[in-house]
Design a protein around this ligand. Structure first.
Ligand SMILES: *Cc1c(COP(=O)(O)O)cnc(C)c1O
Length: 372
């Protein structure tokens, strides 16, 4: 590692959060770890391995690429793709035993044909739209759709699910979605159609609506120890982003810092240059807004965030080149969270973590996986 910028991932915190979730949902409810987009930037394979060792029941992924990557690492647990896969990849889904989300009859037809050819059964999960408006059969059309699916003899209708768009802000709407979901399940049961797994709840759904647990939950955010301030759960963040001071200078009153000269020193100060920029996923919008921790003290980022660099106002502390800088994480007395950065630049924590460049080395700590 020549450029001093790295991410530390605490797998002990993952273990803590996973066990916390297990405790909240109880023994009868299974857990699907939502690991799409490189496990929200934390790194898919190491997290999947650790979770598999901890006894997670399902992996929820975003693409067939991610699913095949897990299989190639020897992970054999059930995988659900939470997005739609092109029907031309039906053969791969069967080959790698990956469960697709089905929202399209011609896709189901193709899956069934390919499974039959290979003399295999393929598990599928059907997604219905109860208000998210993204991917799913509109709930009013779901009876017709699911009855049609039951004609496909090589497909096992293993799961039925839906997704909440505003579990955090709109109780009424979410409760209505749960009611609609229950009505669809009830109507299908009357027709003799039963699913092994019913699932609705993302992190907030899981925390706020016990009646949305059914027998499987799909946490993402809280597994990574990130939470909206309104949630009453103690989870531990996994991710720290760290760099080093690569240059320090004394700046006289009136001198400017970085592009656009948006920061002018109002008094003499020391300014550090740190090796992290917007190309690393540290948002440009954090210019003049965010903070970092150096030697257990908090300092302001001043001037615009550059592609490779940020500048930090050290005031009158002449910190040395080579000193460690915490951009996300804890020191003994201070912390900067992913939620803080999201607040500073008016976005959501999901965007901050999932955009941290995959070029930044990830260092995994506190694994209990024997082969880690
Ligand atoms: C991303 C995702 C989740 C997890 O959401 P969190 O808010 O991170 O808990 C659950 N279900 C689906 C369908 C998703 O796309």
């Amino acid at each position: 590692m020549y450029r001093p910028l790295w991410i530390e991932i605490d797998l002990g915190a993952l273990r803590y959060n996973f066990q916390k979730i297990k405790k909240i949902v109880g023994r009868k409810v299974k857990v699907m770890a939502t690991l799409k987009q490189e496990a929200y930037g934390h790194g898919l394979i190491p997290l999947a391995k650790e979770l598999s060792f901890l006894g997670v029941d399902f992996f929820g992924l975003g693409s067939l690429e991610e699913a095949i990557a897990l299989r190639r690492e020897g992970l054999e647990g059930p995988i659900l793709i939470l997005s739609a896969v092109d029907k031309k990849f039906a053969g791969e889904l069967i080959k790698y035993k990956v469960t697709p989300t089905v929202v399209d009859l011609s896709f189901a037809e193709k899956l069934n044909r390919e499974a039959k050819k290979r003399n295999k059964m393929l598990s599928i999960h059907v997604k219905i739209d109860t208000g998210m408006g993204r991917l799913g059969i509109w709930y009013k059309e779901s009876m017709y759709f699911i009855k049609k699916l039951s004609h496909f003899k090589n497909l096992k209708q293993e799961g039925l699910y839906t997704h909440f768009p505003s579990a955090d802000t709109d109780y009424k709407f979410t409760e209505r979605q749960i009611r609609i979901f229950n009505e669809v399940v009830g109507a299908l049961e009357k027709e003799g159609i039963k699913f092994e797994y019913l699932h609705c709840a993302n992190s907030i759904g899981l925390m706020r609506y016990k009646e949305a647990h059914f027998n499987l939950v799909r946490p993402g955010l809280i597994l990574y120890g990130i939470k909206p301030s309104s949630l009453d759960i103690r989870v531990k963040p996994l991710l720290s982003l760290k760099s080093k001071v690569i240059f320090v200078k004394k700046v006289d009153k009136g001198r400017s810092i970085s592009y656009g000269r948006t920061f002018i020193a109002s008094r003499p100060c020391f300014v550090a240059t740190v090796a992290c920029g917007y190309a690393d996923g540290y948002p440009w919008k954090l210019s003049n807004r965010s903070k970092v921790i150096i030697k257990d003290r908090v300092f302001n980022v001043v001037g615009r965030v550059c592609m490779d660099h940020i500048m930090v106002n050290l005031k009158n502390f002449p910190i040395k080149t080579g000193e460690e800088v915490i951009l996300i994480g804890n020191s003994p007395r201070h912390k900067i969270t992913v939620e803080d950065l999201a607040d500073y630049c008016d976005t959501i924590p999901y965007e901050i973590v999932s955009r941290l460049s995959l070029k930044i080395p990830r260092i995994y700590k506190n694994s209990i996986h024997p082969k880690h």
